[in-house]
Design a protein around this ligand. Structure first.
Ligand SMILES: [Zn+2]
Length: 98
């Protein structure tokens, strides 16, 4: 979180906004949790476990839905759907050297 969600003041990593005195520690904690879950989801995705990644992303979206999170879950959903019905792209690569 770069800016205070209430007054948009620059936070510089502070837990309390210096302008409006908003207590942002919990909000930042939730944001951090969301990022952690998303990171774990990426890990599962890298391992090829789209189902586990999807589960984690759904939870992350409940905790803290960011545009990035929504995009990620959309990608995972698409990846899961495409792996269900294998679309093997067999490119007949004409390796013709000069
Ligand atoms: Zn503020």
């Amino acid at each position: 979180m770069m800016h205070c969600p209430i007054c948009r003041a620059l936070l510089n990593g502070a837990e309390t906004c210096r302008r409006c005195r908003a207590e942002l520690k919990q909000v930042q904690e939730v944001e951090r949790q969301g990022r952690e879950i998303a990171g774990a989801a990426m890990h599962f995705l890298a391992l090829g476990d789209a189902a586990a990644a999807m589960r984690l992303l759904r939870r992350a979206c409940v905790v803290h839905a960011t545009p990035e999170m929504r995009l990620l879950s959309r990608i995972v959903t698409t990846a899961g759907a495409s792996s269900a019905e294998p679309t093997v792209t067999t490119h007949a690569s004409p390796s013709t050297p000069l």
